[in-house]
Ligand binder design. Sequence first.
Ligand code: ZN
Length: 243
Amino acid sequence: MNKKSFALGLMLLSSSAAFAAGPHWEYSGEAGPENWAKLSPEYGACAGKNQSPINLGGLIDAKLKPIAFSYKAGTTDILNNGHTVQVNAAAGSSITVDGIQFDLKQFHFHAPSENLIKGKSFPLEAHLVHADKDGNLAVVAVMFREGKANKALEKAWAQMPSKEGDKIALTAKLSSQEILPKNRDYYRFNGSLTTPPCSEGVRWLVMKASVSASKEQIEAFTHVMHHPNNRPVQAVNARPVLE
Ligand SMILES: [Zn+2]
């Protein structure tokens, strides 16, 4: 098993067994982001040079090709793993980037946003996590601004698992498409998982357009999490950020 598929394995494992995915870590204190790399050798990548999230700035015009989205309605369950609330996708949804198909595995949320766009923070950010057949990852990030209620969140939040470790079968038909903005222009950079083991080599695709969520919907999430679940921005180092 290579490093990336090991990381994905951990992530997928954490979807069913919240406490089995490696040494304990948190968003603050002794086990917080500054110390993740020291918590365990398997978290060593957290001190790497190509980490996520970042402040997206110094943008380079790269005439990025559109992401080919092929999303179908289909979600299986919603779970609270103590670090986020995650919706697992049914098989059959994918994106194509660089001529490679990446299958959608799950999407989950961070409040406030992890990535910043030109220094701007958003109250909520969704990460749609995809993997190709070799375990390489591609994450589509969507920013939420406060405004009108979001239809997709309405369906998901109706079954919000309030306790850490809870996992509930989703009864509402929810398409991951509903999370995306209409305009799919995006920023791109090379980054990592934003949670331990912080594995690098992740294609980050950040939607330029935000979608709206109501104040109540954002608060419903932060209430269930009890604490912010955003890793602070990491040094960009030598990486170009493309648009
Ligand atoms: Zn995330």
